[in-house]
Design a protein around this ligand. Sequence first.
Ligand code: HEC
Length: 711
Amino acid sequence: MFIKNFYAICLVILGSFFIACASQKLSHYWPIYKSDATSSSYSAADQINKTNVQHLQMIWKFDPEDAPAGVRYGKYECNPIVVNGRIYATSARRRVYAIDGVTGAKIWGFDPFDGARGGGMCRGVTYWTDGIEERILFTADNYLFALNATTGQSIGSFGQNGKVDLNQNLGVDPDSIWVKPTTPGIIYRDKIILGSEVSESYDAAPGHLRAYNVKTGAMEWIFHTIPQPGEYGYESWPPEAYKYTGGANNWAGMCLDTARGIVYAPLGSPTYDFYGANRKGENLFGNSLVALDAASGKLLWHFQTVHHDLWDYDLPAPPNLVTVEKDGKMIDAVSITTKTGFIFLFDRVTGEPIYPIEERPVPAATIDGEETWPTQPIPTHPAPFSRQRLTEDNLTDVSAEAHDTVLKRFREMRSDGLFTPADIRGTIMLPGTRGGAEWGGSAYDPATSILYVNGNESPEILTLHQAGVENKGRSFTFNQYGQRYYSAFCSSCHGKDLAGDISSPSLQNLGSRLAKSETLEKIRKGSGRMPGFTLMTENEEKAIIAFLYDEGKDEMVPRNSNPKTNKGYQNVTAYSYFLDPDGFPAISQPWGTLNAYNCVTGAYEWQVPLGNYPEKQKDGGPSTGAENWGGPIVTAGGLVFIAATKDEKFRAFDKTNGNLLWETSLPGGGYATPTTYMHKGRQYVIIAVTGTNENPTGNIVAFALPKKIKS
Ligand code: HEC
């Protein structure tokens, strides 16, 4: 008896010793998206510090070379993970690679599309080990894959032949939806908890959260983010809405309180994003932070940050586990940043807000059928880190000409501040759909309780257009009608000349790449940031195809072919920025910021512009700030690293005061969150860089100190 217990105790001690060693070692790596399960983006590595950071040099570049000739480049948002000196990352074309962390050499690659085109936005992979076996889990299209981390071979016993179909088990026809997670899932014991990206349009799949067994691929639990009859929150929708609405999905990632077994998932908007006549009510759990029991998926608490969302104000970033001080007591809290520019803080266990949140009246809708929710929750503290209303006083002042042009346009539209719903005249939205905060999320320094968050300041325009009302007046050929349709619905992303931009592909010479049926499929279903155009009439579809394929110049569209049916409204300027004639934001500077919020004192330590356009900078004035996508990281070396900005720079700031200590130009846009790790005595900082037309795959670049400086 004694002996048996003695051994048991020894085993426990030994076991915890190994776990302690492993976690200590891992803390110098980056084994999880955004560093760890708390989503801290923090590293204990301190070899690179305030005094030597200016010596950083690019030491290698990993080029996946997985783009067939002529393929367009896409944004590369991966945050690579690093375990025991080995990097695991997706490419911009969504292939998976293991890379040597010292040399940048490829160890193995895996193509989930088996040679087919594939692609789609992806922010990285998930690592799992039970101490014996190591697996890499990741998603491509609507599949969850499991690979052997050592060899990159698919694990045949996982799901069906190595993959699990995520379109299944959602309670809707799996063939009528798409579910494509963009941010990696999070591990709790032997489960991977997964969110999804779904369509933003009327046909979207529900964004239910699910946990799968890491070993078998079996679904272990599902949490209905759009509640079903009898479930909490069901009454916040029309009775049948759970059958036909979608969204309320977690696309931004989650964080986990491992010790307490609580997973925190920020959720997106219910669909359709900009018109909600068919989903009257508060629409739980749309735009909510939900805290679930990670073992069972049971709801512990929730907070809805936007009621009946009409702005695509998804919760865009993984929450952070933080410590706050309240009335002299330290409280384990969870923070969430929003596109609207707020930081919400809650007691991690009870969900109790740390500071009062007030329901304040907001502007009502003017569009028929819409019932805006009369109030929205506004945190009384801390102050927002982004401006929230465009007025005549904060319009751009880069030049008199820019100001006057913008002012004229401003006066034609509605600008009644945060939570003003869209109408047909045009409504100014600030912050826009890209925040405020974005998917890069915040970095949190556990030593100082300071949260670092980057923000955007760029107004957008919403304009509703009634769908299904076509060709009432003049005569058009199908080609002309398609051109009109294109200008109204597509040009805001694909450009007036079809040339595309950084976020949307060119549609020129479409005929050489896509069959008409494939194009139509894209238009109907949407993909990534592209909304599905589910409300198009047959003639509209025929017309847009005629225009894109340069046909239909002789055949006329029948007049009044489609009676007015009010099938719904579509935001025809969705995601369009309100810009000055030179293409800069219609608001005064700064256009992007980096903010340091102290969770203990409750005050901002500093706020600085992030990014710079020297040609728009005032003489001797501060940096202009620039739009940014991708998050910051913070290190024990006293630094905050962030790229993200449209000026394609990579920067390091002094974490105590926001002083810029180092910057370098990247070979493309660093629209990703960097990763840092120590391996064999050297600290590395790596970041995914978006490609260019010449090099569409982009690459991962690594920085380190020259060997003589660090020693
Ligand atoms: C909100 C921005 C946005 C709007 C509006 C939009 N698109 Fe797109 N579109 C995109 C993005 C982003 C992609 C790339 C999607 C991906 O990578 O999966 C895309 C892809 C496409 C593709 C596939 C191109 C290729 O080479 O694979 C076609 C065709 C297309 N869009 C047509 C249209 C048409 C026609 C309209 C208007 C009816 C439209 N889009 C409206 C953003 C948009």
